[in-house]
Design a protein around this ligand. Structure first.
Ligand SMILES: Nc1ncnc2c1ncn2[C@@H]1O[C@H](COP(=O)(O)OP(=O)(O)OP(=O)(O)O)[C@@H](O)[C@H]1O
Ligand SMILES: [Mg+2]
Length: 361
């Protein structure tokens, strides 16, 4: 038997094997505009979707993914989803190596997977909500109880207490009210800058102005601040006010961590890799234990008597909305480095002036 015979047998074997698997396979012939091959499972899915077996209609359905695959360097399209009668199907188009003619489409029934993912997502959300609720209960419950106790003591001793004693209890209650106000303010911050207005910002001027605002704490603790932002890392695309909020919290955390430290220093460094600017804020403060590093981004996790534990959570959310990242490296007793990854900007790009004007508002 010649090689034609053996290749025919091979093709028959492959077709048989493909017909037995529960993944849909379509091979599209772009030159002759026809469906060169479809296995049994692909037909089953197309029937369910009431979709055509014709090349032209299929390519119309998969237009977006076919457009993607035309790009040089792209070997597979993104996974696309089709929902029909409570079932979900995914498909992805793959280029066949060395062939301009054929494309392979893999179709899958992902109903169960989607359902499990939805259940997972819902239960994860419920866990998060109950975690946040218990945090709020705790954060509001504590000052509230403390105020209740102070009020009871005052009520029972109003006639007996001196003016000074009364004022001590009053002050305690004001402190508790301030705690609750700080918490409410943080909640407001959480929803701020939902739609960031990203503009091109000069990091050098930004941090020069920001460090001036740090004021008395830096002077009292004799913190030496240095800045080294490389020219290629000078411009970033961010929302100025959101970045101001984030940087202020990181700097405030660093200043807190520098309490009682010998030769306290704060370094601001900027460098760029590809299209990303990495800005690090480095302190030689108390540092964080491994446990603290793990929990620092959890809501209400704080080691400070007057902290809300929301500073980093809110910063991370704001950064995410601006396509920026945050990374934390810290060692107990060895200082902390917080690094922000930000999209690089180009001077003269939209909003350089707007950014500065907004910043100085
Ligand atoms: N630079 C740092 N050095 C040491 N510990 C830090 C540093 N930054 C953050 N932390 C730790 O991470 C915790 C969480 O920080 P986060 O900013 O989220 O809240 P907070 O500072 O405690 O409260 P708030 O920001 O509301 O004042 C802090 O309580 C602190 O223990
Ligand atoms: Mg903080």
């Amino acid at each position: 038997m010649g090689s034609t015979g053996s290749s025919a047998i091979r093709e028959k074997l492959f077709c048989e094997a493909f017909d037995r698997i529960d993944v849909g396979i379509l091979i599209l012939d772009q030159l002759n505009r026809n469906v060169y091959f479809r296995n049994r499972h692909a037909c089953k899915i197309l029937d369910f979707l009431k979709a055509s077996y014709e090349y032209d209609e299929l390519s119309l359905m998969m237009m977006g993914e076919l457009e993607q695959i035309k790009n040089r360097g792209v070997t597979s399209s993104d996974q696309a989803m089709v929902n029909c009668d409570h079932r979900s199907f995914s498909y992805r188009i793959h280029k066949v190596e060395d062939s301009q003619q054929y494309l392979v489409v893999i179709l899958q029934d992902v109903t169960d997977q989607s359902r499990l993912e939805a259940i997972d997502e819902a239960s994860e959300m419920m866990n998060n909500i109950s975690y946040v609720f218990s945090g709020i209960r705790h954060e509001i419950g504590n000052p509230l109880n403390s105020m209740k106790m102070a009020l009871t003591v005052l009520k029972n001793n109003l006639a007996k207490f001196s003016k000074e004693e009364i004022s001590v209890y009053m002050q305690r209650m004001f402190d508790d009210v301030a705690k609750m106000e700080a918490l409410l303010k943080s909640f407001k911050n959480f929803n701020m800058f939902e739609k960031p207005n990203t503009v091109c910002v000069d990091l050098v001027s930004f941090f020069e102005s920001l460090t001036l605002l740090l004021g008395s704490d830096v002077r009292k603790k004799k913190i030496s601040i240095s800045m080294d932002i490389l020219p290629e890392a000078k411009w970033v695309l961010v929302d100025t006010r959101a970045l101001q909020h984030v940087a202020m919290n990181i700097l405030a955390n660093a200043i807190d961590a520098l309490t009682g430290i010998d030769r306290p220093t704060l370094k601001i460094r900027g460098e760029s890799v590809g299209d990303t600017v990495f800005l690090s804020i480095i302190d030689n403060g108390c540092g964080m234990s491994a446990d603290l590093v793990q929990n620092a981004f959890k809501p209400f996790y704080t080691t400070k008597p007057h902290g809300t534990g929301l500073g980093l959570v809110i910063s991370k959310k704001m950064l995410g909305q601006m396509n920026c990242s945050i990374n934390l490296q810290s060692e107990e007793g060895g200082g902390t480095t917080i690094t922000l990854g930000m999209p690089k900007g180009h001077p003269g790009e939209r909003g350089e002036k707007e950014a500065l004007a907004a910043y100085h508002q």
